[in-house]
Design a protein around this ligand. Structure first.
Ligand code: HEM
Length: 234
C-alpha cells in the first residue's frame, strides 16, 4: 500500500502534522487578536517579546547543556553548544531592531496596557542570570584541574586549544549579553526616552549603567594582565 502523505499521522490538534507537531494553533493564538488590540503595533510588540523569550530559552538550555558537558570533561561537545547559545543571543539582539519601527507617540497607547509588566521579570533574562555562574564555575574547575592560571592558559593558548576556545566562548557569551543590554537601552531611549522611569519604576538611566555589568570579570581582567606581561617582556 502506498502511503497517503496528505493525511496526518501524529496525535494532536491541527489539520496537518506540521501544525500538530509545532502546535501552531496554540502558538498563533498567543498574540492579541485585532479586536483586543489598543493599537495595531501590539502584534509587533508581542511578537518581538515572545520570540525573544524563545531564543533566550534556547540560549540558556544550551548553556546548561554545555555546563553539564564540561563537568563530564567533554570539552568539544561544550564548545559546540556554547556556539549555539551565543548565536541565539545575537538573534535576540537583532529582534530588537523591529521595535524601532514603532512611533514613540503611538507606543504610549500600548504602554498603558502593560500594567506593571517589566523586562526585569523576563523569564528568559532571569535564566541568563541563573545559568551563567555555573558555566563559569565548570570552566574554572577544568582549568584548575590542569594546573593553569588564566594568564598561563592565554599565553599557552595554541597548546591548550580547547580550553582556550572555551575561555573565548565564555567571554563571548558575556560580551553578547552586554551588547543585548546596549541595544535594549538604545531602543528604550529611542522609544520612551532616557530621562523617564519604567513600568516598574526603574530609571532608564540605570539600564545604561547595567551595560557595564560583567558575568566573568576575571576573563576581562586577564587582558590587562597580558598587556602588562607583554610590556615586561618588551
Ligand atoms: C519598546 C520596547 C521596550 C521598552 C520601552 C522597554 C523598557 C524597559 C524599561 C524601562 C526597563 C527598566 C525596568 C522597568 O520597566 O522599570 C526594561 C528592562 C528590561 N527589559 Fe525592556 N523594554 C522594551 C523591550 C524589551 C524586549 C523586547 C525585551 C526582551 C526580552 C526586554 C527585556 C528587558 C529586560 C531583560 C530588562 C531588564 C534589564 C537588565 O537586566 O539589564 N525589553 N525595559
Amino acid at each position: 500500500m502506498e502511503e497517503d502523505y496528505s493525511q496526518p499521522v501524529l496525535d494532536g490538534k491541527g489539520a496537518s502534522d506540521y501544525e500538530r507537531y509545532l502546535r501552531t494553533d496554540e502558538l498563533l493564538a498567543l498574540q492579541k487578536p485585532p479586536e483586543e488590540q489598543v493599537h495595531r503595533d501590539e502584534l509587533l510588540f508581542q511578537t518581538v517579546h515572545q520570540s525573544s523569550e524563545l531564543w533566550l530559552k534556547l540560549a540558556c538550555f544550551e548553556v546548561e547543556g554545555a555546563t553539564a558537558r564540561l563537568r563530564e570533561h567533554e570539552r568539544a561537545a561544550a564548545i559546540r553548544l556554547l556556539r549555539r547559545s551565543v548565536a541565539a543571543v545575537q538573534i535576540a539582539t537583532r529582534l530588537l531592531d523591529e521595535l524601532e519601527h514603532m512611533s514613540p507617540w503611538e507606543y504610549q497607547a500600548i504602554r498603558r496596557v502593560l500594567g506593571h509588566g517589566s523586562g526585569f521579570d523576563s523569564p528568559g533574562f532571569r535564566n541568563v542570570r541563573r545559568v551563567s555562574p555555573s558555566l563559569g564555575d565548570a570552566f574554572h574547575a577544568l582549568r584548575r584541574a590542569e594546573g593553569l592560571s588564566l594568564t598561563e592558559l592565554y599565553v599557552q593558548g595554541r597548546e591548550r586549544e580547547e580550553l582556550y576556545q572555551l575561555a573565548e566562548l565564555l567571554i563571548e557569551w558575556d560580551e553578547r549579553i552586554s551588547v543585548w543590554r546596549f541595544r535594549h537601552y538604545k531602543v528604550v531611549a529611542r522609544v520612551i526616552g532616557d530621562e523617564v522611569v519604567g513600568t516598574q519604576g526603574t530609571p532608564v538611566q540605570l539600564l545604561g549603567e547595567l551595560i557595564k555589568n560583567r558575568l566573568y570579570p576575571e576573563l576581562w581582567q586577564v587582558r590587562n594582565e597580558l598587556t602588562e606581561l607583554a610590556k615586561g617582556q618588551g
